[in-house]
Design a binder for this molecule. Structure first.
Ligand SMILES: [Zn+2]
Length: 158
């Protein structure tokens, strides 16, 4: 385990890779989490809470409800209004899994190398930054020094 600071949050990172999400979940819970992540990644980085609850699974609705709360509490997922999005802990700790689950190219932040689920990318070189990095740095040109074109980015996420 290693403590990492990512986007202003301290995250405990499991580097062993042997136990996804630790030991407090069953194999069925993990299968459910994986299919949820896959849906979120390929659905503009969010899922409506009701849709998440109705994800096809052999788990009971009551157990899924419990799992969703637990995933949010432990930062695997994050709640945004009535939607669930990928939490910072998944972004930091499961980055290679996320790469495997996605059916399109992922944008990684120019500043921290982590997945960008809400932010902007340069249409010339695909350099990406998060929404909060955009506020923090307010770039007038592309932050990629190889590009440096005027910053007229496209949006990532909603
Ligand atoms: Zn660029």
């Amino acid at each position: 385990m290693e403590l990492k600071v990512a986007r202003g949050l301290v995250v405990l990172v499991n580097l062993s890779g042997d136990t996804l999400l630790g030991n407090s979940y069953t194999q069925l819970d993990l299968v459910f989490f994986r299919s949820l992540l896959e849906f979120i990644l390929n659905n503009n980085y969010s899922i409506n809470s009701n849709d998440a609850l109705n994800t096809p699974s052999t788990l009971s609705k009551l157990h899924i409800e419990y799992l969703l709360d637990k995933f949010v509490e432990s930062d695997w997922l994050v709640k945004s209004g009535n939607d669930l999005c990928i939490g910072i802990r998944s972004i930091v700790e499961l980055s290679s899994l996320l790469d495997d689950l996605v059916d399109h190219d992922l944008y990684k932040s120019h500043f921290d190398g982590l997945l960008v689920t809400e932010g902007f990318y340069c249409k010339h070189c695909n350099t990406a930054i998060t929404h909060s990095q955009s506020i923090q740095y307010n770039p007038s040109s592309c932050p990629n020094l190889q590009c440096k074109k005027p910053w007229k980015p496209r949006k990532i996420g909603d």
